[in-house]
Design a protein around this ligand. Structure first.
Ligand code: GLY
Length: 318
């Protein structure tokens, strides 16, 4: 039994972050709570769910309260969690709940299913006792309005795009939507005192997307993946993350190399393909890893009683 590596790493999205101090403060709250639970012998799943719940409640992030809206102003949230033994629960396109990750956890613990979507997910949430809750913020409305004002050219382009020969997408297709490019998906990966791994990811999706679109945060292997070799949560352009099963790709590579090497290789490949992408994770030995292709990624972690934040990037020793 491994009793040494205990820690948690969280992200609050990859993109361009204006108010870095506010993003870091929200991360600190989530990381501290997850770590506190781990120190009190909570398991990795409990820690990541607690951390993601805190970030869902932070209106700054694009998950839970503050979720970005579809082109017709609807809320459709995605969330999932997974443990290293392969237990998985997810919700896709859920609406009318405060914390999608808690519903995803119920899918894992209370059903024989892996992923529940749309109205069925909301109905299931009600049966599990989750009350109706409106997560729409004025900020999210403003962000949508900007996209509406500028037209949703990006999404038309996505729908028209064809890759018959498997060629990588153009820089434009992989780039963030403009204007208001912000990716505030949240995620957490933890390793508990027994060396068990878990991951949770939650997202309000991309602003101005088509109604019914599901992103990577709900999808096993895409935004969320855990196995015996490691666990990873992704953020960024969901279509490309799904196309390449990026969380699983990183964890699979951890079978033969440290998490930091696996992450570096996948991020380098994503950068070559001009994907907007970021990820965090732990390998099975407690090796932390993180990386991003975007100008910024909000992330932080706590190991051995020490908190590290992306705002201190230059001070850190990798
Ligand atoms: N990565 C979040 C999304 O694309 O929905």
């Amino acid at each position: 039994m491994n009793s040494s590596p205990l820690g948690i790493v969280c992200h609050a999205g990859a993109g361009t972050i204006d108010d870095k101090a506010a993003y870091a403060a929200g991360l600190t709250e989530a990381i501290d709570e997850g770590y506190r639970l781990l120190r009190q012998s909570a398991n990795a799943m409990e820690a990541v769910v607690a951390a993601v719940t805190i970030m869902e409640d932070n209106p700054l992030y694009d998950a839970g309260t503050g979720s970005d809206l579809t082109i017709d102003g609807q809320v459709e949230m995605d969330a999932s969690l997974m443990t290293q033994e392969g237990r998985f629960g997810g919700v896709a396109g859920i609406t009318g709940v405060k914390n999608p990750i808690l519903v995803a956890q119920k899918v894992m613990t209370e059903t024989d299913h892996l992923l529940v979507c749309g109205l069925g997910a909301t109905e299931f949430a009600r049966k599990m006792g989750f009350e109706d809750y409106n997560v729409v913020t004025e900020r999210a409305r403003t962000r949508l309005q900007k996209v509406v004002d500028h037209g949703s050219k990006y999404f038309l382009k996505m729908n028209q795009q064809r890759f018959p020969d498997g060629a990588p997408p153009t820089p434009e297709a992989g780039a963030l939507p403009q204007p208001g490019s912000k990716m505030g998906t949240v995620g957490a990966v933890a390793i508990d005192k027994h060396g068990n791994l878990a991951v949770a990811t939650s997202s309000g999706g991309i602003v101005g997307r088509m109604r019914g679109r599901v992103g990577d945060s709900a999808i096993l292997g895409a935004g969320t993946y855990a196995g015996l070799s490691g666990a990873v949560s992704c953020t960024g352009h969901g279509e490309e993350i799904m196309r390449r099963s990026l969380a699983r790709d990183i964890v699979e590579r951890m079978k033969t190399m440290p998490g930091s090497t696996a992450m570096t290789l996948v991020v380098a490949e994503a950068r070559r393909k001009k994907l907007a992408f970021g990820a965090i994770g732990f390998d099975a030995r407690g090796g932390i890893c993180y990386g991003h292709t975007t100008p910024d990624m909000a992330y932080g972690y706590k190991v051995a009683e020490r908190l590290f934040l992306f705002t201190e990037e230059k001070l850190r020793i990798r």
